[in-house]
Every structure is written in C-alpha cells, then in structure tokens.
Design a protein around this ligand. Sequence first.
Ligand SMILES: [Zn+2]
Length: 357
Amino acid sequence: MTMSPVRPLRRRSLLTGALSLGAALTALGAAPGRSWAAEGVPVSGCDVWGARPPKSPVKVLAARPQKIIVHHTATANTVQYGQDRAFALARAMQTYQMDTEGWIDTGQHFTISRGAFVTEGRHESLAALDSGARMVEAAHCTGQNTVAIGIENEGTYISEEPRPEQYARLVDLCVRICLQYGLRPYQIYGHRDFNNTQCPGDRLYALLPQLRADVAARTGGDPTAPAWPVLRVGDANERVRVLQCLLVQRGAAITPDGSFGPATDGAVRAFQQQIGAGVDGIAGNQTWNQLCAPVGEGAGGEAVRAVQSRLSGLGFATTADGVFGPGTAERTREFQESRGLPRDGVVDALTWSRLLS
Ligand SMILES: [Zn+2]
C-alpha cells in the first residue's frame, strides 16, 4: 500500500487500531447491497461493506487500464478469516486513507482479505470493471493511478507468504481483470516496480512470476515480464538515446545525443523524484516501467521518434518524423512478429523492452 518507503510501522499500528474498532462494529457489513461475481470471484461492493461516500465524485476514465499492480496492506497477518474481518478492513482502510492521507476515497480498486474475501475499494471500480471499457482513477501507485488497477492484499509479506487461499483468490481476480480488460499476464506488476517502496513485500513480490504463469494458464498469453537495461553516467549507445527521448517526452530539457552525461543524470533524478521512484540517477526497472507508456497509431512526439529510430536501427526502416502513422504501425507489427510478440502494432512495455534489448 505504501506510496513511498513511508512509516510502515506507524501505518500498521494505525490500521490495527482502527480494525479493533471496526471489528466491534461488524453489524455495519450486514446491510444488503450489490455484490457481483467476477468469473467465480465474489466481490462485495462498497454498499455491501458499508463504505462512506467519497468526499468528491470519483473520476471514471473512458479508457481501459494498461496493467495490474499488486500491493500488500502492511497490516498484521491476522488469523481472523471471516467476512466480517474483510469488511472491517475495508472500512478501516477507507477511514485511514480519507482522514489521514486526505484522499477522496479508498486508494485501491480491490482488496483481498487474509480469508480470501474480495471487497471493492474506490467507488465505481466494480461497475467500471463490469463495463470492460472504463477504469476509475485511483491512489495506489504514484505515476500509475490513471493506468493501473490496484489490488491490496491484506497482510505483511516481507518474510511470510500470503495464505494459499488468499493467493488463489488473487489469481482468480487477476484472471477476471485480464479477461475483462484484455490485459496480458505480463502486465501484472508489484508496487515496487514503480515506486521506492518495499510493497508488496519480498515474499509476495517473489511470487509474481508464479502469479503471471498461473494467470497465463487460464487466459493464455505471455507471462514473461519485461526486462530492462540498466543505464548510468558514462554509457553511450542507442539505448541512452531512447531514454533521453522518453525523458524529453516527459518534459526534460535535454538533447537526445546518445551520451549519458551530467544533464541526463539530472533529468533521470528529476523524473525519479517526480514519480516516486528511488532517486539514484540510474535508469533501471522503476524508471523504465514509468517511462515506457504504450504508444500506437495517432501518437506523436519524442517517444515516437525513439520507436522509429530503434526500428530503423534494428532493420525495420522507418522515417523518424515523430508521427506514429500507418507505416510505423506496420513496421512495428513486423518487428513484433520477428520477436514472437503479439502483432498488434502498439509499442507496449514488452515491445519497448525488446526494442531496447
Ligand atoms: Zn503498495
């Protein structure tokens, strides 16, 4: 859950305190309301677990998400596995996030309790998932809240794994989200892939390759997550040029010359600061995952120029005009086919990573 490496202990104690209160008020969860079975996954909506209304209307975006991000709540690994506990957790998290964090509503889209009960987080998340075409803007991962579905898993998974029942529910929910939104298994990430945080804990993070494989077994598709080059001061190559183009696309005032000097170092650090990554001036996993947004037909700018120059460099000749037209889309499809990737003409994270390999 943590947005940065912040105060896990403080947060845990606050939540635990709130839960004690919540557990004493379980009757709140008994109100009738909307539940919804997602591909065999029962999800209790906000009205079922007794959510407060949001402080202001939640923002529903007319776009599908690009990925799923897995979190842990950094709360106690409780042995209370009942639905009442799941509902109390949902209320405690909403209270904490609205009253202490100051957010308009719960931060994440969905929560899975230790007892494997799934609750809706931010209002409208279920309806948006149902639509298959919209998502709710959330607050679970800096830099990704308009493009990623956030799933919180109750517990702390630094030295312990989630319960098998909870993990199985996570697989179920990811399958449903992937099918509903057309996501691929490699588009399942952990919070630490984007922000400087230990979330979702070493043990749950280490389960993510298995999670992608378990989801792929039911949805089809490639479970292999993108692998990124590590670039730092002193490097000089075409990958550096791509990095520089992507930084320019995000507002950096540098010249893409393929040489990683002090100006690029400064731009990487500024970007890392901005998106809540670890600030070290080294372009690695978090930096690339935040920079490499999908680009496809109709896109323009330096990111497109970077795609075009890499395609040309790899033998798929394209004019580097910074406009993603039908020609660039066709060259992209040819490149994807040559690398065994889905031939959709969209440069998503996996295609980006192959352009950089
Ligand atoms: Zn998190």
